[in-house]
Design a protein around this ligand. Sequence first.
Ligand SMILES: [Fe+2]
Ligand SMILES: [Fe+2]
Length: 343
Amino acid sequence: MANAANKRIEASEKRLISCHQVDVNQLMPLKYRWAWEHYVNACANHWMPTEVPMNKDIETWRGSKLTEDERRVILRNLGFFATAESLVGNNLVLAIFRHVTNAECRQYLLRQAFEEAVHSHTFLYVVESLGLNEGEVFNMYHEVPAIADKDDMEMELTAEILDPNFTTDTFEGAQAFLKNLIGYYLIMEGIFFYTGFVMVLSFHRRNLMTGIGEQFQYILRDETIHLNFGIDLINGIRNENPHLWTPEFQAAMIARVRQAVELEIAYARDVLPRGILGLNADLFRDYVQFIADRRLERIGLATQYGSSNPFPWMSETIDLSKEKNFFETRVTEYQSASTLSWD
Ligand SMILES: [Fe+2]
Ligand SMILES: [Fe+2]
């Protein structure tokens, strides 16, 4: 006999967080089509790091083409990403997944979690291919202060949600959850990752370390969708719970982004103490500020810096102003690593 617990649901009853009226196992009817579209787009971008040949990179790394400063740039970014991918994956599975009470969003989160595993796999593969010291690379998040400072900011956010008493049913809890989403999607994946993308892809542009460069292109492509999903999720929760988006909360989130920008500028100074061809820390000050403004405006917060993009070539890889539609024209067939193109 039908009862209230198993009556058929309307899509309109679905909620992104704190949904008590709809069973989270019920994918259809869809309400949040954007979540399903991000899932489908992500699945069209399947790749594995082991599909990318590393011979040229190994030759370059063993040879004398790279200066010590250039090696430092590669190593520091490998060190940052090697652990950052784990932090993102763990926060996703342990903190975000549990509190997003919607089946189509969880479908996307499952896909994203797999992609984070592929990204971690990439760094293991690179470290093994180049014969790097895995203890050194995978401990930079403890041992290199400029990396540790960024990761500490993120790990605190995870710890808050992992508190056994945490719930999004309270005003404070729901705000803390939004803060976690902003901390990971907007700041970690949307700001901290982009400095590394520019640094590593600048080698690719010079036809150096092109295997790692290609892997970073794939990661960038995945992370673009992670960021876009995160922004849609944050804005969706905002729209459903406008009372959370107080002026105080907005000011606090802007302050966090500004704090992240300073940490990222400190990271660029640590990675590029003297600068290398085409890159120096001052350019990254402008770049990080430019990126931060783009992220802030996507969630309806006031831009802070007004800096211009010192790396317009990044637009060849990804045009930030078109992020939202970046993959829409090319998602009809499965794309393997050998067919990546950026047209
Ligand atoms: Fe990732
Ligand atoms: Fe990601």
